[in-house]
Ligand binder design. Structure first.
Ligand SMILES: Nc1ncnc2c1ncn2[C@@H]1O[C@H](COP(=O)(O)OP(=O)(O)OP(=O)(O)O)[C@@H](O)[C@H]1O
Ligand SMILES: O=P(O)(O)OC[C@H]1O[C@](O)(CO)[C@@H](O)[C@@H]1O
Length: 334
C-alpha cells in the first residue's frame, strides 16, 4: 500500500512538535509512504508550500524546540474560499492523508476541511495550553510547566531577598493547567486560574487574607501569586492596583510570556510526541478519519475531532485539592 501523507504544525508552536515530526518521518519510511511537510501551518496549504521529509531531516531533531515546519495562525483558512483552495491543493498534490499537529483551533479548521476534501484527516494535540479534551496531555505542556516552574524558582530568589510580593503571569489561553501545575511545582503561595475565578472582588479578598495571615504568622516574607493569563481584569496591572487599594505595596509583576513556548522538550513531551507520531502513521490508510490521536492512562486512543473542543477538560482533582491545602486556603483567616 503506497500512500502520500502530508503533515503540518499550526497555531502556537510547542516543544515536542519536532519530536513528533521525526517519529512520523521514520514510521512513514518504514511503511514505504511518501511524507511531505507543509510549511507555515495552513498558510503553506494555501500556498502549496511543501517540502519532502526524509530521514535526512531527522538527525538531532528530537531535542529541538520550535518546529522545523514553522507555524502560523491563518485567517484565510477560516473562510470558505480558503478551505476550498486548501482542498483543491491537497487533491492536486495527490495527498491521501493530512496530519495536523496543533491545538483546538487547528482541529476546528481540520474538521471544516473534511467537509470539502475526502482524504483522511488525523489530528495530533500540540499546544502548551493542554486545553484539548480526550487526551491526558498535549505535546509541549510538560516542557512549559518545567519552564514556568524554573522561572518561578528564580523569581522566588529575589522575592525572598527583598521579602516582596511578586505576581507571575503564566500562559494557558483560557485554561489553568499551566498556571496550576507551574504554581504547585514551584511552591508558589497562591494561584489564580480561570476555572475557579468568580470575580476580582472575591478573589482579591482571598489573596489579601492569605498574605496577611502568612505575615501574621511568619513576619515579612516573600509571597508569590501565579496568575493565569486572560483572567484578571487588566491583567497584572489590575491586580497590582487592587493590592495597592488594600495597602499592599512594593509589588512586582513578571510576565513569563513566550519563553514558555521555547526550549528543548522534556522527556515526557518527547515520549508523548514520539508515541503519537508513530500511532498516527499506523492509522494511515485505515477507515478512521476526522479524529485526534491522544493518550489516556498511557495508552494511545482516537477521539472524534469535534469532541476535542466541545467538551471542556477539567483540571485534575487531586491537583486542585493540593492547590487548596498548600496554596489558596493554606492559612485559616478568621
Ligand atoms: N473555526 C475555524 N475554522 C477554520 N479554521 C480555523 C478555525 N479556528 C482556527 N482555525 C485555523 O487554525 C489556526 C490555528 O488556530 P488557533 O490560532 O486557535 O491555535 P490552536 O491550534 O488552537 O493552537 P494554540 O491554542 O496552541 O495556539 C488558525 O489560525 C486558523 O487558520
Ligand atoms: O503567539 P501568540 O499568537 O501571541 O499567542 C499566544 C497564545 O498562544 C499560546 O501560547 C498557545 O495557545 C497561549 O498560551 C497564548 O495565549
Amino acid at each position: 500500500m503506497s500512500k502520500r501523507v502530508a503533515i503540518l504544525t499550526s497555531g502556537g508552536d510547542a516543544p515536542g512538535m519536532n519530536a513528533c515530526i521525526r517519529a512520523a518521518i521514520i514510521a512513514c519510511q518504514k511503511a514505504n509512504f511518501t511524507l511531505l511537510g507543509y510549511k507555515h501551518g495552513y498558510n503553506g496549504l494555501l500556498q502549496q508550500e511543501f517540502i519532502p521529509l526524509s530521514l535526512d531531516s531527522t538527525h538531532n531533531l528530537i531535542q529541538q524546540g520550535g518546529t522545523i515546519l514553522h507555524s502560523a495562525r491563518c485567517k484565510e483558512f477560516k473562510n470558505r474560499e480558503g478551505l476550498i483552495k486548501a482542498a483543491d491543493n491537497l487533491r492536486q498534490a495527490e495527498i491521501d492523508t493530512l496530519i495536523v499537529i496543533g491545538g483546538d483551533g487547528s482541529f476546528r479548521g481540520a474538521a471544516k476541511l473534511s467537509e470539502l476534501w475526502d482524504g483522511q484527516i488525523l489530528g495530533i494535540p500540540g499546544t502548551i495550553d493542554n486545553d484539548i479534551a480526550g487526551t491526558d496531555a498535549t505535546i509541549g505542556y510538560f516542557t512549559a510547566i518545567d519552564t514556568a516552574m524554573s522561572s518561578i524558582d528564580k523569581v522566588r530568589d529575589t522575592a525572598d531577598a527583598f521579602e516582596r510580593i511578586f505576581l507571575v503571569e503564566v500562559m494557558g489561553r483560557n485554561a489553568g493547567f499551566l498556571a496550576l501545575n507551574g504554581a504547585l511545582s514551584a511552591a508558589a503561595d497562591y494561584v489564580v486560574v480561570p476555572e475557579f475565578f468568580e470575580s476580582a472582588e472575591t478573589e482579591i479578598k482571598k489573596i489579601v487574607n492569605q498574605i496577611k495571615a502568612q505575615r501574621a504568622l511568619k513576619g515579612p516574607v516573600s509571597f508569590i501569586v501565579v496568575v493565569a493569563e486572560n483572567v484578571w481584569p487588566n491583567g497584572l496591572t489590575g491586580l497590582t492596583e487592587a493590592l495597592q487599594y488594600h495597602n499592599i505595596n512594593d509589588v512586582r509583576p513578571v510576565t513569563l510570556g513566550h519563553v514558555q513556548r521555547g526550549g528543548s522538550p522534556v522527556a515526557q513531551d518527547r515520549l508523548l510526541a514520539t508515541t503519537l507520531g508513530e500511532f498516527a502513521i499506523s492509522l494511515v490508510g485505515s477507515d478512521v478519519t476526522n479524529i485526534m490521536v491522544g493518550e489516556v492512562n498511557q495508552r494511545p486512543i482516537t477521539v472524534p475531532l469535534p469532541k476535542t473542543w466541545e467538551e471542556t477538560k477539567p483540571l485534575n482533582q487531586a491537583r486542585v485539592d493540593a492547590m487548596r491545602t498548600l496554596m489558596n486556603e493554606r492559612y485559616s483567616c478568621d
